[in-house]
Design a protein around this ligand. Structure first.
Ligand code: ATP
Length: 249
């Protein structure tokens, strides 16, 4: 069966199942998930605790492997890639942003952003890093270390670092989870701009309905299953859908 996706689809999960074995018990963390993300779209992934959101992100980013099913990134089945190719792909084709920013404390903003560029062997790492930081409004904070930056600024450095290699897709795991609402708003504005103006593709796990409302689509998981997807939904509708899933547990 040909499960490859149309060209504008950056990420396509087809019938993905991931189980974990604990003694004699099998836990199904992802249960036959099929999900596509088009270029220049922003998909939020929501669901109750333990519903499979992190597992989905990890399988989609090639950090974990499904038991069955396929993950296509830019049309390539990532299960079929060797370790070397997969490592290179993770360095250059995939960006990752985490709740806790994960910046290197001893390095300046510019040096942090240069890291993945250096790993990719880029000779222009310094210039590209300055450009990426300037685009995210941090042109006057290039030499600041993480402790000299606010949470929102640190997250913007992390986003600049994730995007420096111009990845096809940006995965964000609770990117606003550690931020106050004003900083969260700025970070979400940055993500929206990246989608609208640079056709960046984003997949974001969040518990916050207001953050999910900034995305184009919201995929809701429960017990490892994709139960529904909303498009263009507002905060109230997203919160109500999530509350319904929580009470069904
Ligand atoms: N390495 C592992 N070994 C065993 N079980 C695991 C492992 N990783 C995840 N699980 C289980 O798989 C299920 C899905 O976990 P996952 O972390 O993907 O959920 P989540 O929706 O991201 O949860 P949360 O919102 O609490 O972060 C859970 O029941 C979890 O306990």
């Amino acid at each position: 069966m040909n499960t490859s996706a149309p060209p504008s689809t950056v990420l396509h999960l087809h019938d993905v199942t991931r189980t974990y074995q604990s003694g004699s018990t099998t836990l199904t963390a992802l249960d036959r998930i099929t999900l596509g993300c088009q270029r220049g779209s922003w998909t939020a992934v929501m669901g109750p605790s333990g519903s499979g959101k992190s597992t989905l992100l990890n399988c989609a980013a090639g950090l974990d492997s499904p038991d069955t099913g396929q993950v296509h990134l830019d049309g390539r089945d990532i299960a079929g890639l060797g370790d070397d190719v997969l490592t290179r792909m993770r360095r250059t084709d995939i960006g990752f942003v985490f709740q806790q920013f994960n910046l290197v404390a001893a390095l300046t903003a510019t040096q942090n952003v240069m890291l993945p560029l250096r790993l990719a062997g880029r000779k222009d790492a310094g210039a590209v890093a300055v450009d990426a930081l300037s685009t995210l409004g941090l042109g006057s904070h290039l030499d600041h270390k993480p402790r000299e930056l606010s949470g929102g600024q640190q997250q913007r450095v992390a986003i600049a670092r994730a995007l420096a290699t111009e990845p096809s897709i940006l995965f964000a795991d609770e990117p606003t989870g550690a931020l106050d609402s004003a900083s969260a708003g700025t970070v979400l504005d940055v993500l929206r701009e990246l989608v609208d103006e640079r056709s960046q593709t984003i997949v974001m796990v969040t518990h916050d309905p207001a953050a999910a409302a900034r995305a184009d689509h919201v995929a809701f998981l429960r017990d490892g299953r994709l139960v529904t997807t909303l498009s263009g939904a507002d905060t109230g509708r997203i919160a109500a859908t999530l509350a319904e899933l929580e009470t069904l547990r």
